[in-house]
Design a protein around this ligand. Structure first.
Ligand code: PHE
Length: 345
């Protein structure tokens, strides 16, 4: 009985070793491993059935079968290494094969324009400030002198953040709340610019987008006047368009400036003569501006009638559209690489 079983083990060993040496790849080797060391293999069945054997078999067959099991395991490991090395030698390098195309990103046109603008303003002594895109309703509106029932707070324009507790929050509708944040933390004199993303809850078309970028400028000192604004704006646009640009102000209304204006620049296409781009006006509307309202200074913690300042804000996409002659604002957020790849590096 015991003899027979030992013979059986010898047989298993011979079979297994021959299988192992004939395995041509890892898959085959794995199959042989299942066959000889798997749960249903003869060897493992013998080991499993030992508990029903005589004490003498338990000892003799048990140790022989366990030894064989270890031997086979080692043999499989060695064979695996051999096959791996073998596989590597089969690999070869074809130096004439064309390389894989690596696609690189390009700088977004809005980023290019933002960097251009920042560089010009920095050269004029401005610094760059920023603030959060999810903003306190109190900073986006109240501190900027919007009355509680002002139509701009209407659900039509503003994305309100849903929350049952804490202060009311919005996706900022403009970069002007950064005026408040900056003034709360700094004392005049200062001049800053604030580029940033803003959100409007409105239907989109070729000139309207719900997510866009604005650019705020704010200059505060003892005696700042509209002349400072006009000069800085003229200087900026002339440098930006690399051309002599004139500024025109038209009366307007913003709760946070008094007086307030819309400002236009001479058409960059016809230089003021009148053409299709400016609908024969000779002027192109750019953005809003004005002298900082004393209520805004007060909301920021400054004494009333102590300082004067100008503020202005405009859409970055609009400027990029003029610079690159783009006719649909929705292209910027489209993620369309054919569009985006055309600009800069
Ligand atoms: N925040 C205004 C807007 O989004 C623009 C503006 C900025 C107007 C600063 C006046 C002064 O329309």
């Amino acid at each position: 009985m015991t003899e027979e079983k030992l013979k059986k083990l010898e047989e298993i060993k011979a079979n297994a070793l021959s299988d192992i040496s004939s395995a041509g790849d890892e898959g085959q080797l794995y199959q042989f491993k299942v066959k000889h060391l798997g749960r249903k293999s003869t060897l493992i069945t013998i080991l499993r059935n030992l508990k029903h054997s005589t004490p003498i078999d338990k000892k003799i067959i048990g140790s022989a079968a366990n030894k064989l099991k270890r031997e086979l395991e080692v043999a499989f490991e060695l064979a695996k290494k051999r096959l791996l090395i073998h596989d590597l030698t089969k690999e070869r390098l074809d130096v004439t094969e064309p390389g894989k195309k690596v696609s690189t990103g390009s700088i977004h046109p809005v980023s290019i324009v933002r960097m251009d603008i920042e560089n010009i303003f920095i050269s004029m002594g401005f610094s760059v400030a920023d603030g959060p895109e999810v903003e306190l309703d109190a900073f986006n509106f109240t501190a900027l002198n919007f009355p509680e029932d002002h139509p701009a707070r209407d659900m039509q324009d503003t994305f309100y953040i849903k929350s049952s507790e804490g202060p009311k929050m919005v996706l900022r509708t403009h970069t002007s709340p950064v005026q408040i944040r900056y003034m709360k933390a700094n004392k005049p004199p200062f001049r800053i610019i604030v580029p940033g993303r803003v959100f409007r809850n409105e239907a989109t078309d070729s000139t309207h987008e719900h997510t866009l970028h604005q650019f705020e400028a704010l200059m505060v000192d003892d005696l700042i006047n509209v002349g400072h604004f006009k000069y800085v704006a003229q200087q900026f646009f002339s440098l930006f368009f690399k051309d002599k640009v004139k500024i025109r102000l038209r009366p307007s209304f913003f709760p946070f400036t008094e007086p307030s204006f819309e400002f236009d620049i001479t058409c960059t296409v016809c230089k003021g003569g009148g053409c299709r781009a400016c609908k024969n006006e000779g002027w192109i509307e750019i953005g809003g501006a004005g002298m900082v309202h004393q209520n805004v200074f007060a909301a920021a913690g400054y004494p009333k009638n102590r300082y004067q300042g100008f503020a202005w804000g405009f859409g970055l996409e609009r400027l990029a559209m003029m610079k690159y002659k783009i006719d649909d604002i929705r292209l910027f957020m489209s993620g369309d690489l054919r569009f985006l790849k055309q600009f800069g590096v």
